[in-house]
Design a protein around this ligand. Structure first.
Ligand SMILES: Nc1ncnc2c1ncn2[C@@H]1O[C@H](COP(=O)(O)OP(=O)(O)OP(=O)(O)O)[C@@H](O)[C@H]1O
Ligand SMILES: N[C@@H](CCO)C(=O)O
Length: 293
């Protein structure tokens, strides 16, 4: 038996659509696997009632197929589905690391990234790796078709999760098909600024580089109260705010010592918009960890 804790993640970080990701210290899924002749999946925890246990429909089923590693699998969800916090990816990442150990497949963490991404294709139609990469590797990640680069970064974060669901599949439908040269230049500049900020663990640079004129404004329309929540976070000292992944979670970057105030301000703003929410005071953290084997 192998048990792995796989963290929630925030993808895109504004300017890095489908490329940037970051592992969060909390929340996380815990995935336990045992060898079996046929694969079965049991799901408990946050939002378990919305998650299919059929291996054909669960992200973990695609990982089992890719590793040819049938197992009895238990997923204890800490990351709510349809959250923008890489819920589907956390299970896939945890399963990839756990099954690799269980069956002694000998694959490196980097080699497990495209395998876990197969699970993402099951739910969103695209095998994007920007959530599974940080959940497996930890830190800040840059993923392209050539592979993933991961950088350790110490950045305080708040993620505020409203009590509404947005599916990645739906949120991908509002992504514009084209962008102007002006927007492209702005986005490249912001993304580069953010990457430098991560390498220096500088929340001011990271926050300044999160702004994105192309995808985020369209996604923000799907989140009631988004503009007010951003204003509240900035007023409380956030250095950057954006939609986390496909939403509805909202991600704020802070300096040390500002997370509590930023979290409270974001919760108040959602509440004033009539939306219940919860806030996680987090930071960029490590990738999947083996708890037991
Ligand atoms: N193991 C799993 N964990 C969570 N959701 C799963 C899992 N397997 C299948 N799903 C399905 O995936 C969908 C949630 O995935 P989706 O990508 O929309 O959200 P998310 O992972 O929280 O968001 P994001 O990718 O934006 O961070 C739900 O329809 C859920 O039923
Ligand atoms: N990059 C993906 C991440 C989904 O979590 C998207 O934004 O659609």
């Amino acid at each position: 038996m192998v048990t792995v804790r796989a963290p929630a993640t925030s993808a895109n970080l504004g300017s890095g659509f489908d490329v940037f990701g970051a592992a969060l210290t909390r929340p996380a899924d815990v995935v336990t696997v045992e060898k079996a002749a046929e694969t079965t999946i049991e799901v408990t925890g946050v939002g378990a009632q919305y998650i299919p246990e059929d291996p054909e429909k669960n992200t973990v089923g695609a990982v089992v197929e890719a590793l040819d590693a049938p197992a009895r699998i238990h997923i204890d969800k800490g990351v709510r589905p349809a959250s923008g916090l890489g819920s589907s990816a956390a299970s896939a990442a945890g399963a990839a690391v756990a099954l690799n150990r269980l069956y002694d497949r000998g694959l490196s963490r980097s080699e497990l990234v495209p395998i876990a991404a197969e699970g993402e294709a099951v739910v969103s139609g695209v095998a994007h790796s920007d959530n599974v990469a940080p959940s497996i590797l930890g830190g800040f990640t840059v993923t392209t078709s050539e592979g993933t680069h991961a950088v350790d970064a110490s950045i305080p974060l708040v993620v505020c999760l409203p009590d509404v669901a947005v599916s990645t599949r739906d949120a991908r439908r509002v992504v514009p098909e084209t962008a102007s040269m002006e927007d492209l230049v702005e986005t490249v500049g912001n993304a580069a600024t953010l990457a430098v900020g991560m390498c220096r663990s500088d929340p001011d640079l990271v926050g300044a580089g999160m702004s994105d004129p192309v995808v985020t404004p369209e996604r923000a329309r799907l989140i009631t109260g988004y503009d007010e929540v951003c204003d509240a976070a900035f007023d409380a000292g956030a250095t950057g705010v954006t939609v986390s992944g496909a939403g509805p979670a909202v991600l704020a970057v802070c300096r040390d010592g500002r997370r509590r105030g930023v979290a409270a301000a974001m919760l108040d703003a959602f509440s004033e918009a009539g939306i219940d929410a919860r806030a996680y005071q987090s930071r960029i953290g490590r990738g999947a960890t083996v708890l037991e084997e």
